[in-house]
Ligand binder design. Structure first.
Ligand SMILES: Cc1cc2nc3c(=O)[nH]c(=O)nc-3n(C[C@H](O)[C@H](O)[C@H](O)COP(=O)(O)OP(=O)(O)OC[C@H]3O[C@@H](n4cnc5c(N)ncnc54)[C@H](O)[C@@H]3O)c2cc1C
Length: 444
């Protein structure tokens, strides 16, 4: 059976936060957009639930506040951390300017459904679920004097946008696998928003810079005990950190372990794992027995990396595909969404006018690479503070008077900084006014 074909202005691979936001904004600009998502729905378990103040600002700008409020979610104004029994309040979003001074906790599938429902209302937006992009389409342009016979197609395509003979390549879309067979999509612009294990980024062979990471994360659910403490991001002791993200009827819980340490944790057995959880977060003692099998525990192999160059002619990477983020501070979704807004702000005009050049794609990278370069070292630094096996407690219990005094002096001003760092991030984006309301679909 031959491949079905489709032609569009922009093909976005990946229906995560970055892909759905970019799809919605470009569609509002009247651009024909196809978003491919390899799963059948958005309903997959934990990928981060945090909707930061900067994202709430975007929701307001998009006029989606009422629909957002109609979806069940909770909000937190502070991120408390309990260090060796001492409760600290290092982050308080009430230091941010109004109106959005909290983090909303909403299952990511609900948030993505909200964006998808909004975008589906436009005839130029096409979301194709259960469609996995498997390779990039390329057009190779040889220099006039090249001897094509001596250079089979594909040679040299591994290096950026130049082939071995001084020719150039352009990405012209993707080939996707769907339940109805292959789908061949030609696109003026192809965007890789397919996450931290991006297949499209690998296919592009754009060079990646990887940073060593000291931790992995184990995720599992804990029912809510009858007595719960105030909302708390995490509990740190001398050996680990346990993160407790409140959902309506359970805690999405994480334990930080040394990189590559999951086998050792498993070998030590479930009783030891349960006891480590309770050592750090004692309030979970009445419910920890609900962990009965390792099948309830998923490993997140933490990566921190970024592309040195985010684009090729006809091709752009955004979100985790351009820069995989650690879960530290829970800012990955936020940065992915901000990339999408910057890309739409910069590219929608040129796309409507007939074509995006490398200069436009470079402008997207210039806009967003700086915030990523700023936050990733902060995340890596936090890993170092947390992952310090056998280095003793970060804070003693009880706290000596001088430490109490230092915290009392430092924390209030630190809170202003951390609220901005986490809540809004470096260089928060505003959506350009032309993208706020659906435009008439561009004549094609
Ligand atoms: C366990 C876990 C917990 C996290 N916790 C938080 C948190 O609390 N807060 C936070 O801000 N961040 C968190 N993160 C990070 C956050 O999930 C990412 O930074 C963010 O989702 C990146 O968004 P994205 O759109 O770039 O990529 P993703 O969200 O990864 O979306 C990529 C999408 O592309 C699809 N896809 C992949 N390959 C293909 C293909 N070939 N064809 C078609 N579709 C494809 C995937 O199915 C997926 O839907 C967490 C991550 C993990 C794994």
């Amino acid at each position: 059976m031959g491949a079905k074909t489709l032609s569009t202005d922009c093909c976005i691979v990946g229906g995560g936060p970055a892909g759905m936001m970019l799809g919605l904004l470009l569609a509002r600009a009247g651009i024909d957009v196809v978003v491919l998502e390899k799963h059948r729905d958005f309903f997959r378990d934990f990928r981060g639930d945090t909707i930061h103040p900067s994202t709430l600002d975007l929701i307001d700008q998009l006029g989606l506040r009422e629909k957002f409020e109609a979806i069940p979610h909770s909000s937190i104004h502070r991120l408390d951390v309990v260090v060796n029994g001492t409760r600290l309040r290092p982050v308080d979003f009430r230091h941010l300017p109004k109106p959005n001074r909290e983090i909303a906790l909403m299952p990511q599938w609900d948030f993505l459904d909200l964006l998808a429902d909004e975008a589906r209302g436009m005839p130029n937006f096409h979301l194709i679920m259960d469609a996995e992009a498997t390779r990039l389409r390329r057009k190779l342009r040889l220099p006039k004097n090249a001897d094509a016979g001596k250079h089979p197609r594909g040679v040299g395509l591994r290096i950026a946008d130049r082939d071995g003979r001084g020719g150039s390549q352009r990405i012209t879309g993707v080939v996707a696998s769907t339940p109805d067979g292959p789908l061949d999509i030609s696109a003026g612009l192809t965007v890789a928003a397919d996450g931290r294990d991006s297949r499209m980024r690998a296919a592009s062979a754009l060079p990646v810079r990887n940073f060593g990471v000291a931790i992995d994360v184990l995720w599992f659910r804990m029912p809510r005990p009858a007595v719960t403490p105030p909302s708390t991001l995490g509990y740190l002791n001398e050996r680990t950190m346990v993160v407790t993200i409140p959902r309506p009827d359970y805690y999405q819980t994480a334990m930080l372990i040394p990189k590559g340490g999951f086998d050792a944790v498993r070998d030590a057995g479930l009783p030891a794992f349960r006891s480590d959880i309770v050592d750090a977060a004692a309030f979970l003692a009445p419910v920890v027995s609900s962990l009965e099998s390792w099948d309830q525990v998923s490993l997140l192999s933490v990566q921190v990396n970024r592309l040195e160059r985010w684009y090729l002619p006809g091709f752009l990477c955004i979100g985790d595909a351009a820069h995989a983020m650690s879960p530290a501070f829970g800012v990955g979704i936020n940065y992915a969404l901000q990339d999408a807004v910057a890309a739409a702000n910069i590219l929608s005009g040129p796309m409507t006018a007939g074509g995006v050049t490398k200069r436009h794609l470079a402008a997207v990278q210039r806009r967003r690479a700086w915030p990523v370069r700023m936050i990733q070292p902060v995340q890596l630094q936090l890993h170092k503070v947390i992952a310090r096996p056998n280095a003793g407690a970060i804070l003693p219990n009880p706290l000596p008077r001088r430490v109490k005094l230092a915290l009392a002096v430092l924390l209030p001003s630190a809170r202003i900084f951390t609220a901005r760092l986490i809540g809004r991030g470096f260089r928060p984006e505003r959506i350009r006014s032309e993208l706020l309301h659906p435009a008439a679909t561009r004549a094609r």
